[in-house]
Every structure is written in C-alpha cells, then in structure tokens.
Design a protein around this ligand. Sequence first.
Ligand SMILES: NC(=O)c1ccc[n+]([C@@H]2O[C@H](COP(=O)([O-])OP(=O)(O)OC[C@H]3O[C@@H](n4cnc5c(N)ncnc54)[C@H](O)[C@@H]3O)[C@@H](O)[C@H]2O)c1
Length: 425
Amino acid sequence: MSTTPMQVRCDVKNPDLAELGKKRIDWANQSMNVMQIIRKDFIKNQPLKGVRISACLHVTAETANLAICLRDGGADVVLCASNPLSTQDDVAASLVRDYNIPVFAIKGEDNDTYYQHILAAIDHRPQITMDDGADLVSILHTKRTDMLEDVIGGTEETTTGVIRLRAMAKEGVLRYPIIAVNDADTKHLFDNRYGTGQSTIDGIIRATNFLLAGSKFVVAGYGWCGRGLASRARGAGAEVIVTEVDPTKALEAVMDGFRVMSMIEAARMGDVFCTVTGNKNVLTKEHFEVMKNGAIIANSGHFNVEIDIPSLEKMASSKRMTRNFVEEYSMRDGRKINLLGEGRLINLASAEGHPPSVMDMSFADQAFSVEYMVKNHARLEKTVYTVPAELDKRVAKLKLESMGIKIDRLTPEQEEYLGGWAEGT
Ligand SMILES: NC(=O)c1ccc[n+]([C@@H]2O[C@H](COP(=O)([O-])OP(=O)(O)OC[C@H]3O[C@@H](n4cnc5c(N)ncnc54)[C@H](O)[C@@H]3O)[C@@H](O)[C@H]2O)c1
C-alpha cells in the first residue's frame, strides 16, 4: 500500500497510467447520460453527505463514473476490485490522481493481494457496502466483524452475489439490509443480456482472433447472460448449442431456435465453449476427455469455478501461454485445449467489460439504491430487498428520455379499463 502526493491511500499498478485512464473515464461518461443526470442532482442535493462507502466492484471506466457520482453526492468512497483480473490499471490510477478516490486494485493480482485489497477497503469503516459477487460482505461477516457496527446497508450488483446474500439471509447471519441491484428489470434484462452477450464475444475474439462464422459455439446456461451470449454468437454466424439444467430454460432455448443437448454430447462437437451459469464444475474431466483438438474454453460467469481447472491441470502433460489470455493445455493423447483468461470473467479479463451505455442503467440503479438505503435503512430488516419498483421505472424512463424516445401514456379511460373487471365482450 502507498500514499500519493495528495495522501490518498491506494494500491494501484502504476500512477503514470492516470492520463490514459482519465481519457477512458471521460469516454465512458459520454455514453452514461442517466448517470450524468443523477450526478447533477447529487451535486446539488448532497444526498450522501459524509456517508462512508466501501465499494468492491470491477474497476473499469464505467465504475469510475459511478464512484465519481457518489463522491459528488457527498460520499467518502473507496474502491477495491471484485475480481483479480478485471481491473483497468489506468482507470485505477486516474481515480486516485484526478479524483482523490482511494483504489486498491491491480490487474492480475494474486488471491492473497485480492483479499488484502478487500480488507483495505473494509478498513474505511463503511456505512454502506457495494459489492459485486458478495466477497466484501462475506469477509466483513467472517473476518472483520468488528467493522459491522457502523454499516447501515449495502447493494449487490450481480446474480451470484444475490444468491450468496439470500443464502446468508436464510441462515439468519446477514447483519444489515442489502438491495439486490441485479434483480431490477433495468439491470439484468439489459446488463446481463446485452452487456454480457456483446462483451463476452468481444473478450473471446480479442483473446483468440477466432472466426465465429461457421463455428460450433456452446453456451452453458440459458439465463439472462446465456441468452444474450447465444443470440450474439448466432448473430456472428456461429451454430449455437445450449446446455441447461432447468427444463423451462432449455425449452425456451429450443423455441428460440438453438440446439439443446447435454454437455457430454456438446463436448464432442464444440469449437468454442463458454460457461455462464453461476454454478461450479460445469465443464469437467469427462468433457475435456472428448473435446476436439484446438477447443477453446472460456467462462463469463462470476467465479472461476465453472471450469474444473484443477482437473485440466492434472490431465495435461504440459501447458504454455500462446497469446495473452490464452493458455494451451497439451493432453497426453496429443490434443490441445485452450483455456482463456484463467477461467475468469472473459469479458473483463481480455476485453473491457460491458459497454458504458448499458452500465449507465445498472449504475443508475446502484446510485438510486444507495440514496434509498441512506434515507430508509432504519425501517429495513436484515435481509435482501429488490430495488423499489418506482426507482427501477425511473431508470427506464430516464434512459428512454436520454435516447430521445417518447412513448405513449395510458389515457384515463384505459387506466380505468385495466383496473376494472366489469367490462367484457
Ligand atoms: N461476465 C459478466 O460481466 C457478468 C455480468 C452479469 C452476471 N454475470 C454472472 O454470470 C452468471 C450467470 O448470471 P445470469 O444472470 O445469467 O444467471 P441466471 O440465473 O439468469 O442464469 C443461470 C442459468 O444457468 C443454468 N445452470 C445452472 N447450472 C447449470 C449447469 N450445470 N449446466 C447448464 N446450465 C446451468 C441455470 O438453470 C440458469 O438458467 C452469474 O455468475 C452472474 O453473477 C457475469
């Protein structure tokens, strides 16, 4: 850890990258119109005045704009990474140099450093926590319970984090209320689907320069991320195969026009495999055993446990890095299997994560949720809440307005009709 000339505590890779990071933050800001509106309001009304926030999020240009917005709303924000490979080091440097926001995050940090950085963010004595995957909340509830005293509430960004927090609430161990930002319509319908869909394809292509047209692309999981990814892969000309464990989701994939089969069948056919399930060991030894020579395997789910990497390590006679983010495993029978980005979120490891215009909505939900939590925490239980419907709708409305799109309004007659039962044929 170090301090900068401005005495901002931080641990970033290289402060000299700040200039590049600043440009990247500005570029993202241009497509984050809803956040610009919220920021103006926050500057004027200071709804977060003096509130200490510890945020554990992917340190990207879009997140930088959220952190700046919270700071401008009066908050005292520190930021650490929510994944060891997702940090944009130039953005981290600029946040420290240009915005006086302490950041603890270095792309490629090892697991120990990753957790030290979370602990550094917790040392800030947060009143509000913002998490993406619930690692910060988990550490706070296990190793740093002394810091729980001041916490009034939190927010959670992603599906996997919400699942973990609901499990904590069910066990009765969650010590403060948390808003599941992921569950807002204006978050998962757009960020998970269109954001993950596009940026995962981007990550796979940047890492490999592989031609998707004519390839067999296997998507594991047909949830919000999976359906976005499947439709984008099809758009690029791939023949898409979906694997699922949920019969309804599998049926949806069938009727959306995809081939659906078990992973053991798909494993023999696929050229590219991408897991987006939020589950563990989705691609395992039995699948690696039958994969084609040259198969590419990647993950875009939250944790790097969707691909059973320890088995792959055991099965391989050797491995080498053939390109940035491409590790070639040589199997004993001579086949090669290419693992991308250490099995971590490929859209953030080898690409830049979601485009700013979709993060605009997710982070508008975050900003509104923090403001809501500050105002309402006293009457909330120690459990997981959804984003209040009126805030969710406000984000959609503001986004449409920022796109210059007008929609119709219900007439009083229509409102009455929709609210009644008396009128029939
Ligand atoms: N890469 C990113 O930037 C990004 C963005 C948002 C969410 N995520 C993460 O992606 C993961 C998926 O999120 P989501 O919102 O799509 O979740 P979701 O719950 O909507 O979908 C997950 C799907 O995976 C299926 N599944 C579970 N186990 C499976 C298995 N063994 N084989 C095949 N399918 C299986 C489930 O039935 C479900 O349909 C989560 O870990 C989430 O946190 C990543």
